[in-house]
Write a protein that binds this ligand. Structure first.
Ligand code: GDP
Length: 191
């Protein structure tokens, strides 16, 4: 209730270079439990408050699709590759938020693995990728320091931010950082 109805299909796989007019696909990737669903819910909440012409939401235990930035025509998918096929398709996303939990070192390693996989298909200069250390509110349970996250992002040539989906801290900053990169990329192509 209160949620916008899905009125049209979201963009489909398989991945191919983005054609003009096709919506941007932003993927939330990361180990189980890091906060992807929480992130998607925050974006979905924003979609709720938009005009229904401007938003689209699909919910499920593992898949969330939110048409969250009408001006850029931008969809967000949580765990899209897992939902589709279990494989990370080369052209699946136009931008990626790679999530780990600062309270879970294994999820940090998983984010690194995902970055390596992505790098094979998506060199950083072409695809916005942001490494996101979530759950930074859980100070006493922290297993991954801020500097480790920052260093990892430097090695992997991507942006870095720490967030708390629970406190809604920096979640939109992460999203807007990614939108800025998509816009820059779009504008440099248009120039
Ligand atoms: P997913 O498996 O990656 O989709 O992870 P979820 O979004 O389902 O989150 C897993 C659990 O972590 C849930 O109980 C969330 O409420 C909790 N969680 C997510 N983000 C945060 C956060 O920033 N801080 C805290 N304290 N808990 C969080």
């Amino acid at each position: 209730a209160g949620r916008p109805q899905t009125r049209s299909s979201p963009p489909t796989l398989p991945g191919s270079p983005r054609k003009p007019g096709r919506p941007y696909r932003v993927l939330l990737l990361g180990a189980s439990g890091v906060g992807k669903t929480a992130f998607a819910s925050i974006f979905a909440g924003a979609a709720d408050s938009m005009d229904s012409d401007d938003c689209e939401l699909r919910g499920g235990p593992t898949a969330h699709v939110v048409h969250v930035n009408p001006s850029l025509n931008c969809f967000v998918f949580a765990d899209w590759p897992r939902v589709c096929s279990g494989a990370l398709h080369a052209g699946t996303g136009d931008a990626y938020l790679l999530l780990y939990s600062v309270t879970d070192r294994a999820s940090f390693l998983r984010a690194s693995q995902l970055r390596i996989t992505l790098r094979r298909f998506r060199p950083a200069q072409h695809t916005p990728i942001i490494l996101v250390g979530n759950k930074c509110d859980l100070v006493r349970r922290r297993e991954v320091s801020v500097s480790e996250g920052r260093d990892c992002a430097a090695v992997f040539d991507c942006k870095f931010i720490e967030t708390s989906a629970a406190m809604q801290h920096n979640v939109w900053e992460a999203f807007h950082g990614m939108v800025r990169q998509l816009r820059l990329r779009r504008d440099s192509k248009a120039a």
